[in-house]
Design a protein around this ligand. Sequence first.
Ligand code: AMP
Ligand code: MG
Length: 355
Amino acid sequence: MNNISRQTLISSILVIAALAFLVHRSRSFTSRPAPVERVWPVMGTFASVTLRGDHADQLDAVCDQTAAMLETVNSLMSVYIPDSEISRLNATTEAVPVSPLTRQMLERTRHYTQGTGGAFDATVLPLVRLWGFSGGKTPETLPSDAMIEAARRLMGIDKLELGENSARMTAPGTTLDLGGIAKGFAVDRCYEAVIAGNAVNAIFNLGGNIRVHGKATPDRPWRIGVQDPFEQGETLGFLALDSGMALATSGNYERFVMINGKRYTHIIDPRTGRPVEGMAGVTILSESATETDALSTALFVIGIEDAAATLARFPGSEAIMVPDRRPTEIYLSKGMQAKFVPHPEYRNAIRRLPE
Ligand code: AMP
Ligand code: MG
């Protein structure tokens, strides 16, 4: 098991253990059936789901539906699967038929690429591969300026043409990588299944993309720890999530390559064509897991100085940003300040994002 998988597994197990404790406590309040809890590998990471409600058979059904939904999203949109709809789209400049789910995903992808001024840019795949991610081979030496420029010239979401039931990449070599948004999108689709299936309390965690429904116990909201980017398995503090809210973190520790003894992270700055330096972790809170996923990647690229201006374009989204320097500093957006509860040792590390 590689580093990401191990860390994600540990995080998932911690979440499940915490939930199991809460659920155990809460059962004395209620005669409801036992919660359904599952953890399984999918989309190159781990999914964990906990559901509580009045009807055990409904909970099982919703759980099965979420597992099936994650498989569906993966099989349609993974660039690792040669005949996924996205791989087929990437391989040609002809129009490719796409399912309603992929069509919706592509529309959202374009929305966030445009809304973040291209900091989140799903046409980043040639650069992502050049640096050794998403199926690329880890380079032994740093890619040359000419190689970076050549890959960068292939980018542009304007080359994605969306029809009603089809899509087309209009320029040869321009290719999509939905790795920065697909997990959040998948979590939103699972969330919808829960609402439809009447599971009253639920938490999904797909590789750090979280969305909740209801409460952890009858008298307590879901509380989620915010990952400390410098200490595996440790948290900086907590956030209480109201029903329906989503949370996602992008971190430089999640996936990286070593070139000439230096660590390069998996998030690429489309403006420079190089892995982002200077950020350690970005956590976004919002009403949609698609948005938290896209914006956590985007703000990781944008950095502390310009983050507030981007957030202002997405009302309801709030950020926690940790630069890659010690001692730890934790920058909070305006609306995050009343929500994030740092551990006592980090109270003096709190800063405000510049407006
Ligand atoms: P996340 O962990 O959600 O921040 O997503 C990171 C993944 O998104 C990477 O592993 C790449 O597959 C892809 N990616 C890297 N840089 C970008 C970018 N600037 N915009 C969109 N996707 C990106
Ligand atoms: Mg993301």
